[in-house]
Every structure is written in structure tokens, then in C-alpha cells.
Design a protein around this ligand. Structure first.
Ligand code: PGA
Length: 238
């Protein structure tokens, strides 16, 4: 794994945005895997800024988000549909029918998982996957103990993740308890992975990822087996 150390969150985000823009500009078709959460917000802001200044086109870009909560309507401000619209999709010229996010409101969740995975395959897999890192080592919503070969599936969120995400909801009770997530198998099939890590609270997790052993109890550890991973971490995290 290649590690880029930055002085702060802004620099981490700028470097990430530049890598994403480079891949977008240098290909005629590209499929991006996208992440939500606090970590990539500034990266998306830089992409939006670039679009205003340079009109970098997203007409040839297809996106698949890692995950979505089960039970939240798309227009709920805490849904990842809302997040993506707010931070990126409304800011660039990406055709809306080229943006995919799991549907957490469907009656048939098992079918939704299968269809989502098939759609990723239809687009020849993910070229560049953006990831954040959970304090407990989760990637997407793949919590500790998730089998490394699993594809898109339903998960019950751990107490640690629910507590971490309560900051967006106001109270712990309001955080949905389940989500649909791309699996670790899906993530590992990406051709390139960009992992962003920021802040003191991620320091222990990053240390474990870089120096610990590969273990399903620490999902991100599997990234050590991927041949094209770049970690961009700010000074507080590393
Ligand atoms: P965060 O979440 O970016 O909000 O810290 C990262 C994650 O849980 O994957």
C-alpha cells in the first residue's frame, strides 16, 4: 500500500480530488465507487470547485455508492442519496441515471443486493473506489467479522458505528440499525482503491491497518492484499 502523509485535512482532500480528476480526465469511460461520511466532504467540495472553474465533464462517469441506510427515504437529510446529491451530484454534470446508490426502502432487500452487484458487473467493475475508515476498521458498512469474500448484503450496524453516526442524527435512537453495503469482496474487485483517513480518532485504526495482521475482525486489514491501494492520511491520523 502506498501511503501519502499530509499536513492537514485540506491537503488530504485536495490530493484525493486531484487523483479522482486525473482518472476522470484520462479515461473515456470510468466507474467510480463513492463513499459518504465526514471524511470525503471536502474532497467533494474540491470536485465541485473544479467543476465551477474548469467544467471538467462527468458525462462519461458512472458512480456506485458503497452503502445506504435501510428505512430512510431518499429525501431524508441523513440518507446517503441526499448526501450525494448535496455534496456532488447537484454540483457537476453527471447524468443522474449514471449514479447508483442501494435502495434501502425496497420491500425485497435480497433482490436489491443481487441487482446492485449485477449492475456493478455490467459496468465492468469499479475502476476507482474511494473509501473512509471506521474506528473499528469497517469499510463501507462491513463491520468486524464480515467475511472477506462477501458481496453486496444487508448488515446490522454495530454499537460503535451507530454511536459514531449519531452526530449526524441528533440522537443515537434515530440512527437506523441496518444498512445495505457493498461487500468486502465487491470492494476488493475494484481496480484501484483510495482510502482517506483523517483525525486523531482514526489514529489507532490506521495504525492497526498498517502494522496489524490481516483478520476478519478488522475488515480494512484485507486492503493489504490489494495491489493498488493509496492511503492518504493527515498528520493527526498517522
Ligand atoms: P467518517 O466515517 O468519514 O464519518 O469518519 C468513515 C467510515 O465510517 O467509514
Amino acid at each position: 500500500m502506498k501511503v501519502i502523509r499530509t499536513t492537514n485535512h485540506q491537503e488530504m482532500s485536495k490530493i484525493a480530488a486531484n487523483i479522482i480528476l486525473d482518472r476522470i480526465k484520462s479515461s473515456s469511460h470510468i466507474t467510480l465507487g463513492l463513499a459518504t461520511g465526514g471524511t470525503p466532504i471536502q474532497t467533494y467540495a474540491y470536485l465541485a470547485e473544479d467543476y465551477l472553474e474548469n467544467q471538467t465533464s462527468y458525462q462519461h462517469v458512472v458512480t456506485f455508492n458503497l452503502d445506504e441506510y435501510i428505512g430512510l427515504p431518499k429525501d431524508d437529510p441523513n440518507s446517503y442519496h441526499y448526501y450525494m446529491h448535496q455534496h456532488l451530484f447537484s454540483k457537476v454534470n453527471i447524468p443522474r441515471d449514471q449514479t447508483f446508490i442501494p435502495n434501502g426502502l425496497t420491500e425485497d432487500l435480497a433482490a436489491e443486493c443481487e441487482t446492485y452487484e449485477q449492475k456493478i458487473q455490467q459496468y465492468n467493475g469499479i475502476d476507482l473506489q474511494l473509501l473512509g475508515l471506521g474506528k473499528n476498521g469497517h469499510i463501507g458498512f462491513n463491520e468486524p467479522g464480515t467475511p472477506f469474500d462477501q458481496h453486496t448484503h444487508i448488515v446490522s450496524l454495530t454499537r460503535s458505528t451507530i454511536q459514531a453516526n449519531a452526530r449526524f442524527f441528533g440522537t443515537v435512537e434515530e440512527v437506523p440499525k441496518q444498512a445495505i453495503t457493498m461487500g468486502i469482496g465487491s470492494i476488493m474487485e475494484s481496480k484501484e482503491i483510495l482510502l482517506l483517513v483523517s483525525g486523531k480518532e482514526k489514529n489507532q485504526a490506521l495504525n492497526k491497518l498498517l502494522h496489524g495482521r490481516i483478520d476478519e475482525q478488522f475488515p480494512a486489514s484485507i486492503l493489504n492484499n490489494h495491489e493498488n491501494v493509496t492511503i492518504i492520511a493527515d498528520e493527526d491520523a498517522i
